[in-house]
Write a protein that binds this ligand. Structure first.
Ligand code: AMP
Ligand code: MG
Length: 478
């Protein structure tokens, strides 16, 4: 499809007026393309050669309006660091319409009714982080929003200093957040709350449309999806950093990439968000926060569903989380069948990684080739005894595996990425991009798309993080 053949629809606008606000994007000055995602273009049926056209840059910049464009911002509320904020919303994201069930949104396209004191802009560094990380999550097999393209500009945007404005065209099958429900519940607008629940069910849980008790089933499924997402984040070593309820997707997607981090050396207590003084959103606390956020959603849905019933659903959260986490870790360890008895093996391993400050990703990739010779694994930590003790337990456990070592290696190499986008890597891409060189953005994009492949040309991204850059915190200012 050519850009002039696009026909956008706007299903969200069928919701009551209180749910959205019509707003036009404010284009950036002198926009230029930094990167476009052909895989996402394909999902949208947009021809690959259209991505190199001037109109494409204009589309991302909100200057070229595809047929059917009706741009709007969505409102939502949210618990930020545990405190309720009744009115947030798309302060700098402007929705332009939907293709093939994917909603297109321009992040950084100017102010909306929900901007509060913000300028509606996104700077280059935060846009690069969002663009690359959403692709990396997808490459890792974790459900996430995606992005069609990123543009830079000469538009001046002030943060701690003057920076350049940028826009990412994000796409997602859902932009509804836990906080969207909290917004209407808090205002006691129960009709709108019900319409929103019906909308979210039709959009993300269509098999529930005709179910009796559909709102209860809906909540139950959100519990399951959230438990799964948390387990996937923990297994891959992803620290989101800002798990406010407005950053929690009702469809169980990873959304709103801010000061996130992939673990460098394994650290259960890792905090990646500079403003997270008490570690509310630390790596190890994420599964608990997932449940806390579900309880906030539960309160918001209570005008539609009895609390007692939802209480029963949420009581399964811990079990669902543990089951999924065990499954994920079993795959990473190459175990054919994983049971609760393996919990000790996993805890033992994490204890050794923590004690020895071992790189989380590199450890599993190295373990994926383990054949009894411990040399490569022992090299990862300074002291050998804790790792030798764990490997003794692992060797014993592997005796119960029926599959051959070669089979185990092959499956583990598909479960343990060689590459994750650590912050020091993203920083290099950003530093180069600030100088007008987007080669590293493209390199990281390539490894993000297929992080389990070897990519011999990109070996330098597969090692331990340089000491000075390990486990650093990032500021929220973006
Ligand atoms: P975040 O922490 O990025 O999830 O953002 C929290 C809230 O602040 C959301 O409602 C955002 O839309 C809004 N926001 C963040 N940055 C800006 C900005 N530069 N201008 C306007 N609103 C913003
Ligand atoms: Mg957000």
């Amino acid at each position: 499809m050519k850009l002039n053949e696009i026909q956008l629809t706007n299903p969200y606008l069928s919701l009551p007026q209180e749910c959205h606000d019509r707003v036009e994007p404010s284009p950036l000055v002198k926009p230029f393309l930094i990167h476009a995602n052909e895989a996402v273009a394909k999902m949208l049926d947009i021809d690959a050669d259209e991505l190199q056209t001037e109109n494409f840059v204009k589309l991302i910049n909100g200057e070229y309006q595809a047929d059917g464009t009706e741009s709007f911002a969505m409102c939502y509320a949210g618990h930020q660091f545990g405190h309720f904020v009744p009115r947030l919303g798309d302060g700098r994201a402007i929705n332009i319409g939907t293709i093939n069930g994917l909603h297109l949104q321009l992040k950084g396209a100017g102010q909306t009714k929900y901007s509060r004191s913000g300028d509606g802009r996104a700077v280059l560094r935060s846009s690069i982080r969002e663009y690359l990380m959403s692709e990396a999550m997808h490459g890792l097999g974790i459900e996430t929003t995606r992005a069609l393209a990123i543009i830079g500009s000469e538009h001046k945007v002030y943060r701690e200093d003057w920076e350049r404005g940028s826009i990412v065209l994000r796409v997602s099958p859902s932009w509804v957040r836990f906080g969207t429900f909290e917004y209407f519940a808090h205002k006691k607008k129960y009709k709108e709350l019900e319409s929103l629940a019906d909308y979210a069910i039709a959009e993300s849980y269509p098999h529930l449309i005709d179910e009796p008790n559909k709102y209860l089933h809906f909540f139950t499924e959100v519990v399951g999806k959230t438990a799964r997402l948390m387990a996937q984040w923990q297994a891959v070593g992803f620290n989101h950093g800002v798990m406010n309820t407005d950053n929690m997707s009702i469809a169980g997607l990873s959304i709103d990439y801010g000061p996130y981090a992939f673990l460098d050396d394994y650290d259960f207590n890792n905090i990646c968000n500079h403003t997270d003084q008490y570690g509310r959103y630390s790596f190890g606390n994420q599964p608990n926060i997932g449940e806390w956020n579900l309880r906030a959603l539960m309160a918001a849905l209570s005008p539609l569903v009895g609390m007692d019933n939802m209480q029963k659903s949420i009581e399964h959260y811990g079990r669902l989380y543990t089951r999924e986490y065990l499954y994920q870790m079993g795959r990473k360890l190459g175990l054919e069948i994983v049971t609760k008895e393996d919990t000790d093996l996993i805890k033992h391993m994490l204890g050794a990684l923590q004690e020895l400050n071992i790189d989380y990703t590199l450890f599993f990739r190295t373990l994926s080739r383990y054949d009894g010779d411990r040399t490569e694994i022992l090299k990862l930590g300074l002291y050998h005894t804790p790792m030798n003790d764990w490997l003794d337990a692992y060797d014993k456990r592997l005796e119960q595996n029926e599959r051959s070592a070669a089979d185990r290696h092959a499956t583990m190499l598909q479960a343990n990425p060689k590459y994750v986008l650590k912050n020091y890597m993203l920083q290099e891409a950003i530093d180069e991009a600030q100088k007008g060189n987007f080669k590293v953005v493209d390199e990281l994009f390539q490894i993000a798309q297929d992080p389990y492949a070897e990519h011999p040309g990109f070996e330098r991204w597969a090692g331990v993080t340089p000491e000075a850059f390990k486990n650093r915190k990032l500021s929220c200012s973006s």
